[in-house]
Design a protein around this ligand. Structure first.
Ligand code: SIN
Length: 477
């Protein structure tokens, strides 16, 4: 099997808003690699319809904070929620500086409303195609020090001592080894594990597995949100809650308002609406007869209904899996409990959602906490680059172990897996500065073994070159 090696400062697993936000906020001195399991656009962020919540137009973030806590059943962590909404106040301006053209009308920003929000504070782009427009614009802004690789499945995080130091997986069918100063999990949620979901099919909880395998703490995994309104057709599509914010009502077959008992009616918190609809016997529809300019404001919905032959004034809906509130436990800067490993976006449990996420707080979370992850990396962890001073020096003990490993694969029937793990274990060695003859000698023989190992498994030429130019003393040969 052929092998590919990459060496970067920061590996980000994912290409949605959380991943892109981190990448956009890392300095050009760091090499950054983003990987996506399928196409870069196969993310939940690209599918986001309603928009991004922000109290930018309000006198303060107090009301947004209260709505978030109430929707969470007061299970969210108040200080984290404060961070989300307070730092979220400037998100709209920041995104505009990156070229995001939020929708406007004659009154200014055309802000919408969704379930459990006491105010119109949902900023959107292209009506109900916010995610697609935002992601296309932001991805175009990714600078040269950021590389994106598609069709990369990461299946294992690697550790050196107690620190995550890279990952392995497949690039297409080629086995891929990435050595990284730090790894960010931005793999999204879990919706793709089931059929009835608003999520992208490829979002199947990979980040949870990767984190758990290296001993990172997971939290609140059972907190799962169901969206009340997926289009009740064979292949589910989200019908945005913004439609209810614009006046649509949930009705039964006879036209009776299904949420009439709730003080917030059809705009009740989405867990309560989803529960009500699940318990309801018989079909439920969104009556959109009171929604003005529906085709203009909800072009994606319109096109989907037309494609399925559905009358847009009476849309059949049913609940489906939408969002994972729990995930990889992180601090306020996205740091997991394992050094060198960060998590951001839906895969992370930042504590801002509690039992039930407030609508349109997820894109906001990606932006606010994505920036924080980048800031933490720059301030606290630099330099990431594995350079001559951060490489390990081989001790007699370690050298003995590596010699033993070499003996296991440098045989008449070479074992590809053992070669690969030897190469992985000794990656940093190539950059080590050696101060004694013995160390130098030992390192040279290990480097020779690395050259043989590369040749035996026919790795990329570029990596062999890399190996040659980083000798024990950092002198090119
Ligand atoms: C929606 O548009 O209804 C979904 C928005 C969200 O989940 O935040």
């Amino acid at each position: 099997m052929s092998l590919q090696f990459e060496k970067v400062d920061v590996l980000i697993i994912g290409t949605g808003l959380a991943a892109v936000t981190v990448a956009l906020h890392l300095p050009p001195t760091l090499s950054v690699l983003l990987v996506s399991k399928h196409e870069r656009t196969s993310t939940n962020s690209d599918l986001a319809q309603g928009g991004i919540a922000s109290s930018y137009l309000e006198p303060s973030s107090v009301d947004h904070e209260r709505d978030t806590l109430v929707a969470s059943k007061h299970a969210a962590e108040p200080d984290r929620v404060h961070t989300l909404v307070e730092e979220g106040r400037t998100a709209i301006q920041e995104l505009e500086r990156f070229g995001i053209p939020f929708d406007r009308d004659e009154t200014g920003y055309a802000v919408g409303r969704e379930g459990a929000h006491g105010q119109n504070r949902i900023f959107h782009v292209g009506g109900d195609e916010t995610g697609r427009h935002m992601m296309a614009t932001l991805r175009r802004k990714l600078p040269d020090h950021v590389t994106v690789m598609e069709h990369v499945l990461i299946d294992t995080l690697t550790k050196t001592d107690d620190r995550v130091s890279g990952a392995t997986g497949f690039n297409g069918e080629t086995r891929l080894h990435v050595q990284a100063g730090a790894v960010v999990l931005a793999t999204g949620g879990i919706g793709g594990l089931v059929d009835w979901t608003s999520n992208c099919r490829s979002v199947t909880g990979d980040g949870l597995v990767l984190a758990a395998a290296v001993g990172a703490r997971l939290s609140n995994l059972s907190r799962i949100q169901f969206h009340p309104t997926l289009l009740a057709v064979d292949s589910p599509h989200l019908v945005t809650e913004a439609l209810r914010g614009a006046g649509a009502k949930l009705v039964d077959a006879s036209g009776r308002h299904v949420m009439e008992q709730h003080p917030l009616g059809s705009l009740a918190p989405r867990d309560e609406v989803a529960r009500e609809l699940t318990d309801h016997t018989g079909p439920v529809y969104l009556d959109t007869s009171r929604v003005e300019r529906i085709g203009e404001r909800f072009p994606k919905l319109m096109a989907t209904c037309v494609a399925h032959g559905i009358d847009v004034r009476r849309i059949p809906v049913r609940p489906g899996l939408h969002f994972h509130m729990g995930g990889v436990g992180v601090d306020a800067y996205g740091r997991t409990t394992v050094a060198g490993l960060y998590a951001v976006g839906e895969v992370a449990d930042t504590g801002v959602h509690g039992q039930n996420r407030l609508a349109s707080n997820s894109l906001l979370e990606c932006w606010v906490f994505g920036k924080r992850v980048a800031a933490a990396m720059v301030v606290e962890e630099k330099p990431f680059t594995v350079n001559e001073t951060t490489g390990f020096e081989v001790s007699d003990d370690l050298f003995g172990r590596y010699r033993q490993q070499i003996g296991e694969w440098l045989t008449i029937s070479p074992h590809v897996g053992k070669i690969a793990s030897f190469l992985e274990n000794t990656q940093q060695l190539a950059r080590t500065k050696h101060v004694t003859r013995q160390l130098s000698e030992q390192t040279l023989s290990l480097q020779a073994a690395r050259l043989l190992a590369h040749a035996m498994i026919r790795t990329e030429d570029t990596y062999e070159q890399d190996c040659f130019t980083r000798t024990a003393d950092g002198v090119s040969t």
